[in-house]
Ligand binder design. Sequence first.
Ligand code: SF4
Length: 86
Amino acid sequence: MAFKITDECISCGACEAECPNTAISEGETIFTIAVDKCTECVGSFSSSRCADVCPVDCCVVDPDNEESQDQLMEKWKGLHPGETPA
Ligand code: SF4
């Protein structure tokens, strides 16, 4: 499952620099996560960095974008060609 950012976002920007896939960007009112780039941090970290650093816990799994661990790893490989997963 990709992560999403809920309306509780206070636009602090803490998450943006933490994402290993540059999936997070500033939207019109709150920050957003690009579904095609979010791997739940699979391939990079053992936990989801955006959720780890968010001060208001607004980075959550998106049930509308369910993906298996294998699918997330394939997505990671597409984003990081030639690299070795952590
Ligand atoms: Fe980026 Fe990881 Fe958050 Fe997905 S879960 S948006 S890959 S920091």
